[in-house]
Design a protein around this ligand. Structure first.
Ligand SMILES: [Zn+2]
Length: 106
């Protein structure tokens, strides 16, 4: 039976792929259940403290949760409550400047 909506598919976790523009390895996942976003994030987990200086209005950090069977899921990162120091995050993917169209936000 086909999933009722795309949010059901999101439970399968992040899929590794390559950026269609620059070819960099990325994780892609529909994050969220009601107002979901298609996320393309760098395949380079890092501690939150290292990621925060690189975030901004057009570049979010996503929490990485490792799955028992391998792979991972990306989740919203809620900074309104304490975040454990061991949390891994990834950043929204941004293509290198030479691969970005001039009007792109990423
Ligand atoms: Zn890219």
């Amino acid at each position: 039976m086909a999933p009722r909506n795309a949010a059901v598919t999101a439970a399968a976790g992040a899929a590794r792929s390559g950026c269609p523009r620059c070819g960099a390895p990325i994780w892609r996942q529909l994050v969220g259940r009601r107002a979901a976003l298609m996320v393309s994030a760098d395949d380079d987990p890092m501690p939150l403290a290292d990621a925060l200086p690189h975030t901004g209005p057009n570049r979010l950090a996503w929490r990485v949760r490792r799955l028992h069977g391998g792979g991972c899921e990306l989740h919203w990162l809620h900074l309104n409550s304490p975040v454990p120091a061991a949390v891994e995050v990834v950043l929204d993917h941004q293509c290198p400047p030479e691969d970005r169209p001039p009007e792109a936000l990423w």
